[in-house]
Unconditional design. Sequence first.
Length: 327
Amino acid sequence: MKNIFNGPSDSITDIDGFLVGNAHDDKLKSGVTVLTRSNSFRASVSILGGAPGTKETDLLSPDKIVDEIDGIVLSGGSAFGLDASGGVMDCLKDRNRGFDTGSIKVPIVPSAILFDLKNGGVKDWKTNPYRNLGQNAFLNISDFFEIGSVGAGCGATTSAFKGGLGTSSIFYGDRIKVGAIVAVNSVGSPCFPGTNILYSDFYGAKEHLEKPPTSTLINSTKLLKGEATTLGIVCTNLNFNKNDLNRIATSAHSGIARAIEPSHTPFDGDIIFSATSGTQPIDSKDNDLMLVCQLSALCITKAVGSAIKAARKKRGDKLACWADLKT
């Protein structure tokens, strides 16, 4: 059995060439997270939530002509947040990036949004702020980025306490790399009912953990239509096609289901993108695909846990942080 271990930064940027940038406004209590590379890359998506908000995700279907994209945007702001991709496109156009139409290159930037419009932030803007936030997030791209109450996770919440932005990575031997980033803003809870014990801690832990006693199997929820969503991206270095990446994205959703209960509800917009650097050849297609599907789900679960643990209290918050409630 080959060794399975965290990447050197336990971050999605451990995957060959992927970069992440964040921008947020603490008064707005919202923000944007961008994932990109120095060159275009192949990607797909799976949407299992009942209330998604997206842009350009149809292009990621295996039967669509565009095979590679230039970036992925995760944003707060509900439908207003879809403007963030415009700021990212401006930056990419300046770098002569995009789908070549012959006369001009058009940057392809699929996007997804979460609802954070009722989290106590100032929302009475006259000009949509998300285009600028998208631009600033792109200008901040790096192989190192903060997690917690930043970027798309700035104003994120769960049913129990603050959500946030999280990441993780897992390497399998010296050949296979998988990483994830998530913005957790869920209808459900990341903890066992009535406790502060995270579901995610039970996956990948080296020590034995015992399930806590609970008085109910039903978790608390945010029963507010359209006011939630967990967004994620999983990346690998294996050179999969769009069909394979679509299956990886779908399988990775089980990582949300492990870490948040309930998940994929009618009021969540749960979306996971999948992408590859294409830098590592496939060895055995069936074995490699099965393994990356499994590792992607595990990475998503771990990233949810890191998001919750890294969230920090900010002025005007309506909910406490898990770190402050831990006993």
